[in-house]
Write a protein that binds this ligand. Structure first.
Ligand code: BGC
Length: 703
């Protein structure tokens, strides 16, 4: 594909020695012992400023403009003066920390995700970072996997909407702008299917499922102009993603027209030898480069072996030039040749602005999911004395979640302080972290807010669990408090959907807060006391028990589905054949009713409208996330029992009714057919406008 300015780049490439070309393909992690001569010789194309693969939690060593400018100066002393590009994991905020990506998805508000990415881009770029390793677009159907926290959950449609919004938020229309950064869609692809929820494990995904479920968010990111892609650690169907030419070249570039560059994950080029697909480092490097993997993240095997392979004629000079071209193209688009340095004065000006904090608070509010509210216990009103007990009540950086190397504890107002500021006048608040104290104090109060859940180090990279229940001891604590008979609100912090089956039955109200970021405590307080109302919905199925995973809403029917009247139907002997709570589920402080579904035509030609009247029948204003689902009843391959095709956050005042309408287009119904092609098949479809993936008003149409 010809490119706007490739002539300048090709001109530059024609002047480069093989060593200089290979140099561009390497990314190293910045460290004090990095030899300046490597930069002066043009031996590196990029520096990864991150503090390591397991950054986060209470650890803050932000990249800053002086450091990147220092390294940039060295790189510009090289013969051809090719600037470095500085990468970092800016995953859900930089200095201002937004909710974890899974929580962001729970807001069903891609626009907010875009705004948050835009704030993160401004803050990160002020510190010399021009490239983020985000968004993570891995579909995850197994919450044992720690990285479920970093993605947008189980649904390809929701994931794609957020992919587009975040790519645009990071990059803007033109990522050469000083306050924009290049996005990196990761981990391409299938990483979420690691067996048993164990990070780095192998996985098997059939071609139709890969194309219909795992690839769509990446496709959406490419269409939105994402500059870079990161390959996954996974060995997918027997081919490690880092060496998969079919996916990296044929699909990504050939089918989708992606013209940016692909970076490996940390050391994953070298790891091709561990996978047993390469006999040594040189072989690994050749396999990866040939597959279309342009930049080697930290393993050094490109730097150390490609030169010799080239001399031996084992490496295609054309493929080498192509990789160099793709990297330089992105550097050029990023304006690095003109503006290689960052103004250090920007950091103070451009980070942690009051309006960024406000956005973080709004996002945290919108991401929390109300799972139960018996007797309308929430919002807490009319209680004279409330006990707030459990973990995290004094927590600061623990509210951030995984992957927040640049968040700072001192920026956070802890939960106890936030609650004191927000409680209605006259309400007495008691706090304790100690379970025995809590049991003692609970006798003397009118209501209890119990705070439980996961410390952030329980999710994120390689933080997998084999048991989705609450961490040890917490279930017993909840049980003991509940047995005292006081009204109990359970607040759960978590990086994944936990199987809180017993606790959901025991507590009167349950608010799922995820890891909510810098402003999470205040957002939670506003919801508890009613200054704001919950509006989040589950972006991933909440299982009843660990043994039930993988469980997800868009599954296939099978020949013996649970609702078929047959003795031998799919089930466990010891478990209700349903999730604890379905995808899309979430309550508010009011009630919504759905009526009068209309499907504009009996037969879809091009597109049709599906609408329903939504009424707020409760006494408070509220936001309903109205969801559109379809089912293709007969296909040449079996089709999911439901697929999300649209959603709208709809705010309604008490007593208000509005008709909410969706346009369904023919292409929304396309899938991978039995012959391997992508397209629609005529026939009958069911359609729902629904509150979640298991209920709703049902209609039908034909295609
Ligand atoms: C992770 C990536 C991350 C990279 C750089 C790897 O261990 O898998 O998601 O972007 O490190 O820190």
């Amino acid at each position: 594909m010809p490119h706007e300015n490739d002539s300048t780049i090709n001109e530059l490439i024609s002047q480069m020695t093989p060593e200089e070309k290979i140099g561009q393909l390497n990314q190293f992690s910045a460290s004090p012992d990095l030899h300046p001569d490597l930069l002066r010789q043009g031996g590196l194309g990029s520096l990864l400023n991150a503090s390591g693969a397991l950054t986060g939690q209470g650890f803050s060593d932000s990249g800053n403009a002086e450091i990147s400018n220092h390294f940039q100066k060295l790189a510009l002393e090289s013969r051809l003066k090719i600037p470095l590009i500085f990468g970092r994991d800016v995953i859900h905020g930089f200095r201002t920390v937004f909710p974890i990506p899974l929580a962001q998805a729970a807001s069903f508000n891609p626009e907010l995700a875009g705004e948050a990415a835009s704030v993160a881009a401004r803050e990160a770029s002020a510190c010399g970072i021009k490239w983020t390793f985000a968004p993570m677009l891995d579909i995850a159907r197994d919450p044992r996997w720690g990285r479920v926290a970093e993605g947008n959950g189980e649904d390809p449609y929701l994931g794609s909407q957020i992919a587009v919004a975040t790519v645009k938020g990071f990059q803007g229309d033109d990522y050469a702008a000083p306050d924009k950064i290049i996005a990196c869609a990761k981990h391409y692809v299938g990483y979420g299917a690691s067996e048993g929820g164990r990070d780095y494990e192998n996985g098997e995904i059939s071609e139709p499922t890969l194309r219909d479920v795992y690839l769509p968010p990446f496709f959406a990111a490419v269409k939105a102009g994402v500059g870079t892609i990161m390959s996954a650690f996974i060995d997918l169907n027997g081919m490690p993603a880092t060496a998969d030419r079919r996916l990296l070249t044929d699909v990504l570039r050939g089918e989708w027209g992606f013209d940016g560059f692909v970076v490996s994950d940390w050391e994953s080029v070298r790891e091709l030898t561990y996978h047993g697909i390469a006999e040594d480092d040189a072989h690994a490097a050749r396999l990866a480069l040939h597959a279309g993997l342009d930049m080697d993240m930290v393993s050094g095997v490109y730097l150390n072996t490609l030169g010799e392979s080239l001399q031996q004629g084992k490496l295609s000079a054309v493929e080498l030039d192509e990789a160099v071209c793709r990297i330089l193209r992105i550097k050029q688009r990023a304006g690095l040749f003109e503006q290689p340095f960052t103004d250090p004065a920007r950091e103070a000006r451009d980070t942690l602005r009051p309006e960024d904090r406000e956005l973080a608070r709004q996002f945290a509010r919108e991401s929390m999911v109300l799972l139960k509210n018996e007797g309308s216990l929430l919002p807490l009103q009319g209680f004279q004395r409330i006990l707030v007990a459990g973990n995290f009540i004094h927590a600061r950086s623990e509210l951030f979640g995984a992957w927040t190397p640049d968040g700072r504890a001192e920026d956070v107002t802890p939960f106890d302080e936030a609650l004191r500021q927000l409680a209605p006048k006259g309400t007495e608040l008691w706090f304790t972290e100690a379970p025995d104290m809590a049991l003692h104090m609970a006798h003397q109060v009118d209501a209890v807010v119990l705070v439980v859940g996961e410390h952030p180090i329980r999710s994120g990279e390689n933080c997998n669990v084999s048991d989705l229940g609450l961490p040890p001891g917490q279930a017993e604590f909840v049980e003991a408090v509940v047995s005292l008979g006081k009204p109990v609100v359970l607040v759960v912090f978590a990086g994944r959907p936990l199987a809180i089956t017993r606790q959901l039955a025991q507590a009167d109200a349950v608010l799922y807060a995820w890891h909510p970021g810098s402003e999470g405590a205040a957002a939670l307080g506003e919801l508890l006391f009613g200054q704001a109302s919950p509006s989040g919905r589950l972006p991933i199925t909440m299982p009843r028990a660990t043994g039930q995973v993988p469980i997800y809403y868009n599954s296939k029917n099978s020949g013996r589905p649970i609702n078929r009247d047959a003795l031998f139907r799919t089930r466990y002997q010891d478990l209700i054949p349903k999730p604890l709570l379905p995808f899309g589920y979430g309550l508010t402080y009011t009630n919504f009713e759905y009526a009068n579904l209309k499907v504009s035509q009996e037969t879809l030609r091009g597109s049709l409208e599906v609408s329903a009247e939504i009424s707020n029948t409760g006494s408070r204003a509220g936001v309903e996330v109205v969801q559109l689902y379809v089912r293709d009843l007969v296909g040449s391959l079996t089709r999911p029992i439901r697929e999300l095709k649209g959603f709208q956050r709809t705010e309604l005042q008490s007593g208000e009714t509005r008709r909410v309408s969706f346009t369904l287009r023919e292409e929304d119904l396309a899938f991978t057919r039995a012959d391997g092609t992508w397209g629609v098949e005529s026939g009958k479809f069911h359609v729902w406008i629904a509150q979640d993936s298991q209920c709703g008003l049902q209609g039908e149409f034909r295609l």
